[in-house]
Design a binder for this molecule. Sequence first.
Ligand code: AMP
Length: 471
Amino acid sequence: MSFNELGLSPHILRAVKELGYEQATPIQQQAIPAILAGQDVLGGAQTGTGKTAGFTLPMLHRLLANHGRGGRRQVRALVLTPTRELAAQVGESIVKYAHHLPFRTLVAYGGVSIKPNLDAIKLGIDILVATPGRLLDLLTQGALTLSALEVLVLDEADRMLDMGFITDIRRIMKALPEERQTLLFSATFSDDIKALADDLLKTPTLIEVSPTNSTAEQVNQRIIKVDRERKRELLSHMIGRNNWQRVLVFVRTKQIADRLAEQMVKDGLDTVAIHGDKTQGARNRALADFREGKVRVLVATDIAARGLDIDDLPHVINFELPQVAEDYIHRIGRTGRAGRGGEAISLVSLDEHDQLKAIEALIGLSIPSEIQEGYEPSGKPTRQTLPGNKQLQSPSRERGHANARHNSGKNSAGKGQSAKPAGKRPAKGSGSKPAAPARKKEVRGEDTGFAPLRRLPKAQRDDYQDNSNEE
Ligand code: AMP
């Protein structure tokens, strides 16, 4: 369906055209008419489906219809997001879609000075995109009033609840007028989400685009079975042999993210890690470098990667399967965006069997699996060990090496070259004689600060800890 058929203002259609969008995506086809009609919406859609334009375009249309009626500029639309990255991306999208409209948009999130937010609010803003913690700060400082709010959007509401923002959300709701339009988007629908939707939405229109179908159609998924302690070696080998230039790698904990990035740099691959312990500046820089091709591999935890919108990301690697099956869908949704093809490869060790079954049950597919020559699994379950556990250090010392990143130079394989472990034997399967298996040294989680995955309670998962201080 073309955008022209949806009844949007010509100023909005012009921006859409300039962005090169030709057809509305399924979520846009459903959401735009409902939102234009003033209905509340409960949307089941993940990032990558065109959801942001799905709620922003009709929201802008409605704001435009009532524009200039009030006196002083006040916030008329609020978009709440769970993470800073998502706030920044949604903000960027809104600015693009509103390019020909007279609205001011502010993106506000924690971890950076509040002063610029206060200055922008003084000048007057129409649209606010914010994470819950920073919004509450602004509200409690009396810097902001939301009494003129017309539209509230909760984006990735499931993630907001996962991250423990429910109390913040309820506090924010008290500052909002009863009379408003509310749009709630969530990739999954737990009982908690349903309860929140019951509270916040009035006879909502339900909109759902199946993530499983679109995921299955657009992303080529496969599994490579490999022993846990050989995953890093295999990963570097695959990136080098295939000459991949932009690869997003998912891990489950901050420590593993840092450690893996550090080791991949030693393998000659420009790599950087992002997770909740990094400053916002470091996260933004890492993302910009990855987008611009200055960094070839980005290692990320689930929360840090949430909502990342990276154009042209052909390869997503699950270095470890996620603990929560839904995260698999979020992860692989980073590739194959807006109809483009993509490949998601999961390196799966024997101890991840249960997670794999849960993921396959969720997506309703059996993911094809294969074994790489030279990396055949031993068939023996291994305890949780560090990726490529050769040079073990205490966690405090590792932290000193955090955010391992080498810019080009002698250590870097550089573009168009294949990676090989620096100064060491060639990676296995690279054509030369297979090297001896990596030295195995089992390490207990307790010894290293790496808790064994199976015993790690949900509440202690890496990024769940981040979130308490996400702001
Ligand atoms: P989102 O799901 O909102 O994160 O959007 C995913 C990506 O799809 C973004 O890069 C958008 O710019 C792009 N996009 C959104 N709608 C369309 C469309 N109708 N046609 C082409 N690309 C789109």
